[in-house]
Design a binder for this molecule. Structure first.
Ligand SMILES: [Zn+2]
Length: 127
């Protein structure tokens, strides 16, 4: 499968006043994160989910743990979303969403989640 030309990647930025769990899979319409986090039975399009608050990989499809961790490592070290996305070779049908949510704790807080979908469904192999 051809690798995506990340130089032309569009960054999709979404600001939510509320929970990221309301995000739906753009391919099949399932509640992507509801299924992925709570039921651990995500739709076939969710590749991985990470966030900058924990720095951890919250979910990865079978065979994609290494790529999800590599993405977060590059992002934390270099701070550039596009460089991190380019650092993991993904099929041309895959894309990455950066969703920032806002709320109040002891003051205004925000965090960004990074969600990788593959419109064609998660490939059988991690690479
Ligand atoms: Zn889906």
């Amino acid at each position: 499968m051809p690798a995506m030309d990340w130089r032309r990647m569009k960054t999709i930025e979404i600001d939510l006043d509320g929970s990221i769990e309301e995000l739906f899979c753009p391919a099949c319409g399932m509640e992507a994160l509801e299924a992925g986090i709570r039921g651990w039975n995500p739709c076939e399009h969710l590749v991985f989910l990470t966030d900058d608050a924990s720095g951890e990989v919250s979910y990865n499809a079978p065979g994609f743990q290494e790529k999800a961790e590599k993405f977060m490592k590059i992002l934390s070290e270099e701070g550039e979303l596009e460089r991190a996305a380019k650092g993991i070779q993904m099929p041309a049908t895959a894309f990455l969403m950066a969703v920032t949510t806002h709320g109040m704790a002891c003051g205004p807080v925000s965090s960004t989640s990074y969600i990788c979908f593959d419109m064609a469904g998660v490939p059988e192999e991690g690479d």
